[in-house]
Design a binder for this molecule. Structure first.
Ligand SMILES: Nc1ncnc2c1ncn2[C@@H]1O[C@H](COP(=O)(O)OP(=O)(O)O)[C@@H](O)[C@H]1O
Ligand SMILES: [Mg+2]
Length: 365
């Protein structure tokens, strides 16, 4: 699978930019703020119908314009598909597959899988558990459409259940039967989500550890631990035990929306003890494991976006990552870098063929 052609209209700082891409390594070089990462983000839109960086779609329309259009032609199994994502100010975002509008964006997720490695990923380590859940969820959703549907349904029922708890307290009554119909739904979707997260992480962890050793050596021991209340008891039981607390808080205190994925180094939180370099290696290993896993699930290689990956990484680690590209571990790769010469030296040294685009002020030079 690869992206052959990309056209941006009024997307962030790009008024009109056109690209023809090579099947393998494509680099965007240019000064800070020139619009390199914005191109990666447009590719992300085509794959997952949203931005990797700014979840407020309307802010991705070029300043003083009223729409953006991102168009891309993908080749998959020798078939060409044209994807278009567009937004007109004040209207709903539109996603089209060969000219046909999607009713639900979730139907598109996974068609053109993607893995991103970006400096902003440090959030996954540093921020709250919701960010890690979102990361795991979006990884699973790319190969398991049912998972995404369960997740959407779970969140809907959760909201309804919380609203019901609130109305019980406001109206001063309690209706056990009505609550139980919501509980049954929550248990059904939640248990499926729990099983799939567990299954995914169990298989991801061993691959992740392997990549960490390749990138950073064996000096420190890393681990990922999936923590869920459903590990201790069935969802039905934990819900029952939490009922009186839930009624006081008007909130569902237990369930997979409380899961965490704990990132450890030498049995401590990597957030607390890992150096920046160790955290960066941890995240790269995690993303490579995700890539590896997705490929095995789908039977083809996801698109890989490497945003400023050469920055703050020593030569040895860069060489390791580039050797993956050289050994055809990756399929199509998009790389951004502020230093044209650095990228050229690294890629030439490894004798990797690449296409390079110089970006200036939201334009291809
Ligand atoms: N909606 C927008 N309209 C116009 N410019 C934007 C918009 N959003 C971001 N930008 C501009 O894009 C630039 C950053 O682009 P980016 O791709 O992140 O740069 P880099 O080349 O450093 O990766 C900034 O100058 C920013 O002002
Ligand atoms: Mg950038």
């Amino acid at each position: 699978m690869y992206l052959k052609k990309l056209t941006l209209s009024n997307f962030k700082n790009h008024s009109e930019s056109d690209f023809q891409f090579g099947k393998r390594v494509n680099c965007f070089v240019g000064d800070n703020g020139s619009g390199k990462t914005n191109i990666l983000d447009a590719i992300h839109y085509l794959s997952l119908s949203k931005s990797y960086f700014n979840k407020i779609d309307s802010q991705n329309i070029k300043f003083n314009e009223d729409f953006f259009i991102i168009k891309g032609d993908f080749i998959k199994a020798e078939l060409q598909s044209s994807i278009q994502c567009s937004l007109q100010k004040g209207e709903q975002k539109i996603l089209k597959y060969n000219g046909k509008k999607y009713k639900r964006f979730s139907d598109h997720i996974g068609s053109f899988p993607i893995v991103v490695i970006s400096p902003t990923d440090s959030n996954i380590i540093l921020d709250g558990s919701d960010v890690r859940r979102k990361y795991i969820d979006s990884s699973i959703a790319q190969y398991n459409m049912q998972y995404l549907k369960n997740l959407i349904d779970y969140n809907k029922v959760l909201k309804q259940r919380n609203a019901l708890l609130k109305s019980f307290s406001e109206k001063g009554y309690f209706d056990k039967l009505t609550l139980e119909t919501f509980d049954d739904q929550l248990i059904k979707f939640g248990t499926e989500i729990f099983k799939e997260r567990k299954h995914f992480l169990e298989r991801l962890i061993s691959v992740f550890k392997k990549y960490y050793v390749i990138i950073a050596g064996e000096k420190e021991k890393v681990n990922i631990v999936y923590k869920s209340q459903l590990d201790e008891d069935t969802f039905k039981n934990v819900l029952r035990n939490s009922l009186s607390k839930d009624r006081i808080n008007h909130y569902t205190n237990v369930g997979v929306h409380k899961d965490d994925i704990v990132f450890e180094m030498n049995n401590y939180l990597i957030k607390k003890i890992g150096s920046q370099g160790q955290q960066k290696s941890f995240l790269i290993a995690l993303k490579l494991a995700q890539f590896d896993f997705l490929e095995k699930q789908m039977g083809f290689k996801p698109t890989l976006l490497l945003d400023d990956i050469f920055d703050k990484l020593d030569d040895k680690r860069i060489e390791k990552i580039i050797s993956f590209a050289k050994n055809e571990f990756f399929g199509q790769v998009f790389i951004t870098d502020t230093h044209k010469e650095r990228t050229e030296i690294i890629l030439n040294k490894s004798r990797i063929e690449y296409t390079m685009y110089k970006i200036e002020n939201g334009r291809v030079i």
